[in-house]
Design a binder for this molecule. Structure first.
Ligand code: SF4
Ligand code: SF4
Length: 300
């Protein structure tokens, strides 16, 4: 089983549309994994029907038992995050401000404070319209640790892929190159960067490629909305070639992408543009062939 991460330097480049299109082409051979837990929408495009859900706790939060609390106030001074407030003789912890360090529980002489799991989100396992499993998550409001949540989503997707004997896990990563994107890319066999021909798009791509280089992960680049700026599209092609990366082509600016998302479909189910179809299909088949050949050569 291989893992392919679809990433972009920033949001709105069409990363999810590309990941969904690859998933559509792969069908049952893939498990889809949405690691963009801050703005999960791969499941909408894939027509996912939930099969299972589970709560995810990514940290701890302090809770005061009012029956045990003596009102001494020691915890208030101990908390460096001003998360504990008094209301007369009663003390309460503002969970949104609590960093879960546990210091208040240590200093409380009455042992009135306990550390409990903080719900960070929900993880869903679903079946896509095109026969593949899909794993995605929703981060709770005010929750942090989206990197840890996406790592958990990755783990579940891996397990399902192994159970089903799937050829690939296709990961729709979060935008950017911060912690959640690095978590989505870690341990993958291939990164497909979706870029757009704008000045910020080019500099975002260069930073993203640097990240992939440091992680020693083979990568390729696909330009979306190429007609916005043909010169910058050509520059992206040159960057990819100079870095000896795969360059998979230039998708045109097309309302088919937006229409497909609105219809809850992949662009391949909506477009009649042969060029779009051909670039995405060639990208998927080429990546697939490369790893199938490599696996058969190594007997994996
Ligand atoms: S666990 Fe830490 S941050 Fe939370 S209330 Fe206690 S001392 Fe403050
Ligand atoms: S330290 Fe413990 S007993 Fe004292 S106010 Fe805080 S929770 Fe209550």
């Amino acid at each position: 089983m291989i893992r392919i991460a679809v990433l972009s330097g920033k949001g709105g480049t069409g990363k999810t549309s590309v990941a969904a299109a690859l998933g559509y082409l792969a069908g049952r051979e893939a498990v889809l994994c949405d690691c963009d837990v801050d703005a999960s929408n791969l499941s909408l495009v894939a027509g996912a029907v939930n099969v299972q859900s589970q709560e995810y706790s990514g940290g701890k939060v302090a809770v005061i038992d009012p029956e045990i609390c003596t009102g001494c106030g020691a915890c208030v001074g101990a908390c460096h995050f001003d998360a504990i407030e008094s209301q007369g003789s009663r003390f309460r912890i503002e969970s949104a401000a609590c960093e879960g360090c546990g210091y208040c529980a240590l200093v409380c002489p009455a042992r009135a404070i306990t550390m409990v799991d903080r719900k960070s989100g929900d993880i869903f396992t679903a079946e896509s319209r095109f026969g593949s499993a899909i794993v995605y998550a929703e981060l709770s409001i005010n929750a942090e640790n989206s990197g840890k949540l996406s790592t958990q989503v990755r783990r579940i997707a891996d397990e399902i892929a192994t159970e089903r004997g799937a050829f690939a896990v296709i990961i729709d990563g979060p935008p950017g190159i911060s912690c959640p994107a690095i978590a989505a890319a870690t341990g993958t066999n291939y990164i497909l960067f979706v870029s757009e021909p704008t000045l910020s798009g080019v500099s975002d791509l260069e930073r993203a490629l640097e990240m992939a280089r440091k992680m020693h992960i083979p990568s390729g680049v696909l330009v979306n909305r190429g007609d916005i700026n043909q010169d910058l599209s050509d520059e992206i092609r040159m960057i990819a070639e100079k870095s000896e990366l795969d360059f998979w082509g230039i998708l045109p600016l097309s309302s088919d992408f937006v229409r497909a998302v609105r219809a809850g479909k992949t662009v391949l189910e909506e477009t009649e543009d042969e060029h779009i179809f051909s670039i995405l299909k060639t990208t998927w088949l080429s990546i697939q062939m490369r790893f199938k050949t490599a696996n058969s050569d190594t007997g994996i």
